[in-house]
Design a protein around this ligand. Sequence first.
Ligand code: WTA
Length: 643
Amino acid sequence: MSKLYYPNKELAKKANIKSLEEYYALVDKASTDYEGYWKNFADKKIEWLKPYSKVLDESNKPFYKWFVDGKLNVSNQCIDRHLKDKSDQVAILFEGDRGDVQKITYQELSKNVNKFANLLKNEFNIKKGDRVVLYMPMIPEAAYAMLACARIGAIHSVVFGGFSAEALKDRIEDAGAKLVITADGAYRKGNPYLLKPVVDEATKSGCESLEAVLVVQRNNEDIDWKEKDHKYNELIANQSSECDFEVMDSEDPLFLLYTSGSTGKPKGVQHSTAGYILWAQMTMEWTFDLQEGDVFWCTADIGWITGHTYIVYGPLAAGGTTVMFEGVPTYPDAGRAWKMIEEHKISQFYTAPTAIRVLHKMGEDEPSKYDLSSLKVLGTVGEPIDPHAWEWYHQKVGGERCPIVDTWWQTETGGHMITPLPFATPIKPACATLPLPGINAEVIEKDGTPTPKGEKGYLCITKPWPSMIRTIWGDDERFKKAYFGDCVKDGEPVYFSGDGAMVGENDYITITGRVDDVINVSGHRLGTAELEAAIAEDEHIAEVAVIGTPHKLKGESIFVYAVTKDDANIEDIHKHINQILARDIGNIAKADDIVAVPGLPKTRSGKIMRRILRVLAKGEELTQDISTLEDPTIVEKIKEVLL
Ligand code: WTA
């Protein structure tokens, strides 16, 4: 086994989970009395407006219900209940792209969110259960908007600002959103960019449910004002800073977040109120060991689940100080992130392996120019980290002092599932280690038998957990099929993550990556089906197969096998395909490679064998039996093209 890094004993004394013994004691509690285990935390952590009558209702599997009949409000949980003793503490520390800083206290956050909530009610008649789409840059108003929705019981659906007009339109329509909240633009790498024109494009036709667009003027750009548009900056001034919160049921949806799956269009992952906020808060306290006075920085965008749970809901529910950054860590230079850590005395830094690889490449010794002694815990998320990037992060950023939590989880899980605890778990580089107490993560075969140690199997969660996905918006059947359709244990369908994993020594779990047709580019999930559907729009393409192939910086990149109809120039096709992908999905979906092939490896039933294509793209030897292919000679023909 590779070297283990043991927790610092001094720091462990004050930690929220202090030792591996304490970890195993919690695991034991959860295994002997699962409901009692969760009840204990739900009672301690949540401010209930009305107590729940039952911890877990399993009568309609897999539509599990948690904390049945309980009443609460997430904005109360994140703001109001902290006002007694934290009103002057900074809740959101915002740094703009150009270095402008805003420190928003809990008191100010409360007022801003209340005003926003009143605006939604008074001007747009937004009510409990209405869907509101946010297409926002990383500015405090994005967080206010999310919390304002939570306050009045509206369901937000944040769409990442890098998605195209087409992608935005699909999401507005699928959710039946009544309102879109956006900004004129924001700043990136020193320059203003525009967001509002994308909303104009998305909403110029269709979007039947949409009544209005609310525009925050971040950079006062000269944009087109349409009939449906309303100016936030003017309307907000008249709103009262008092607003009662809606009493919500534990199981009322808190938000939707669209994510890619292995088939069809993106899925609106639906999260609940009580279970989600409980786990967001608990994981914040456990995984990052959040303590009084800490300044927590997660570099994700609020358009992803990481931004939801670890920029907004987790840190605020836990009463912490959360950093929100508009810019990119490489501007104006590779020292930006390290400078921010020094200036704001940041104690936890949570980012994606892609960012670590890029920052490493830009400056091996850059971090040492800054005082990073405030750092206590480092984290990674979104994709596997390679040992090389891990070592640099550990040595140069963490000064060999900070534990690195490699957190495995998904949009669907709501919060962390498998991760080291920074002051309890001996850390193995590039390994997610152990499931959090209460989380039954297992590596099994499809029939539920445990996969032997050291071999790859299916990563499943074999018991429901509070922050799990409740359904796919408007499509219960797809929810069942996508997550509970592949693996069973003891005859019961169990949640399958779509990831492969391996159990090793000490029962440590290593994630080996997606085993379904989803690829992970710079930590962004993209479905091959979605990509192929877009690419097939190119008139020269007869057939197409997309795979992910290893990429030095991005983790994986998009590799396209195309069967062309004519002898059109493949470089021209490549350019055109990238235009289509940018239009239909967004700039995150760029094909790095394309090859014209005479055909695709298919089974006799017509299924494309992407596994074969993956092996061939890497230039590896094929060990798989190809005799079952419709045309086994195609493999040699593809190899010739790739040479
Ligand atoms: C991958 C992001 C390896 C995995 C929170 C998962 C990881 C997908 C890790 C979810 C990790 C996430 N190590 N792979 N620590 N964390 N993944 O929904 O394939 O954007 O299924 O959620 O990212 O991506 P999503």
